[in-house]
Design a protein around this ligand. Structure first.
Ligand code: PHE
Length: 345
């Protein structure tokens, strides 16, 4: 009988030593320690033994069981270590490998200028308004004091979709929508940036699509001096401290008086250079006091309130600020040009 136990014991220990994986070891465990395993089987021999022999036999089988169990435990620990090492080896990360370059897009220079203007005016308590690019003749022209056969319509060659619908030619269309929306209530203090379109032949300084930002303030006792102070502040923030501005009389149907605004040349500080063509001044925008008729048409009492408005071209600002000499650069989407504005490069 003892031989039998010894046989099972050594066979079990051999099998344990030979197990190469945790899975294989589990098979060995079932084979020897399972309910129908070899060691359990030894117990069935008990029946054929005498009463005296039984305890010693039982003890030996239990000892064998214990020994096999411990051997399995020990082997399991070893195999776990081996398998962990193999896994670590397999999943090793080579931190010296160059990482994939993640290409980030950049903001378009015109969007950067728009955001700069928005920040600047939000800081002064303005709100930012929006409006449709496909506009009605009514808001683009009629409400802006430019009736159907008004010669001023020729100033802005228009893309018409049908006789009443057009691609807005200026952000003043949004100004009219906001005035109408306010229903005669003041104060109004807003800017409306956006794309505008004109039937121009594209060249270095003209583009059939461009961007403007309109400013509008309406309230009691709003004066030309307020307009001047506001634009001077804007010029200093956009083109650097020390900028001066000057007004030149001009004409827009929706403002009276109307002015064209020049900023002292940021390149030569007003001394005269090739950019300002020797004059020391650069024209940057159109502006004026909102025409009383425009206020009246939109339901305001022009005796009680007044307003100023201005419209600045974003390309013009960007070209001056970044020294860009061809407006088409903004629209041809040449990555070499756009990349020069990459803040993360
Ligand atoms: N709408 C004018 C233009 O496009 C600019 C402007 C806006 C002038 C507001 C005066 C007041 O040229």
């Amino acid at each position: 009988m003892d031989d039998k136990i010894e046989q099972v014991r050594s066979a079990a220990l051999d099998a344990i030593a030979a197990a190469e994986s945790l899975e294989g070891l589990q098979q060995v465990r079932i084979q020897y320690l399972g309910k129908k395993g070899s060691i359990q089987e030894l117990m069935s021999f008990m029946k054929s033994l005498s009463k005296e022999e039984k305890p010693a036999f039982g003890q030996k089988v239990n000892l064998c069981k214990q020994e096999v169990g411990e051997a399995i435990e020990a082997r399991q620990k070893e195999l776990q270590k081996v398998e962990l090492a193999a896994r670590l080896e397999k999943e090793k990360i080579d931190i010296t490998l160059p990482a994939d370059r993640f290409e980030l897009g950049t903001e378009h220079p015109l969007i950067m200028i728009q955001q700069e203007l928005e920040d600047l005016f939000l800081g002064m308590g303005y709100k930012v308004a929006e409006g449709p690019e496909l506009e009605q003749d009514y808001y683009n022209f009629e409400l802006a004091n430019i009736p159907k056969d008004h010669p001023a319509r020729d100033m802005q060659d228009t893309f018409y979709v049908d006789p009443n619908t057009l691609l807005r030619t200026h952000t003043t269309a949004m100004q009219m929508r906001e005035l109408e929306k306010a229903k005669g209530q003041t104060p109004i203090k807003l800017i409306c940036p956006g794309k505008v379109y004109r039937r121009d032949d594209d060249d270095a300084t003209h583009s059939h699509q461009f961007m403007q930002c309109e400013g509008l303030v309406v309230g009691e006792k709003v004066t030309l001096a307020d307009l001047k102070g506001t634009l001077e502040f804007m010029a200093n923030r956009m083109f650097g401290e020390g900028r001066k501005i000057r007004f030149r009389p001009s004409y827009f149907p929706f403002t009276e008086p109307s002015v064209e605004v020049d900023v002292s040349c940021p390149f030569c500080n007003g001394k005269g250079c090739s950019v300002c063509k020797g004059s020391g001044w650069i024209e940057i925008l159109g502006a004026g006091m909102v025409h009383p008729h425009v206020l009246e048409m939109n339901g305001f009492d022009s005796e009680k309130c007044s307003g100023f408005a201005f419209g600045v071209g974003l390309e013009r600002v960007a070209m001056l600020k970044y020294g860009i000499d061809d407006i088409r650069n903004f629209y041809t989407n040449d990555l070499r040009f756009l990349k020069t504005f990459d803040r993360f490069d």
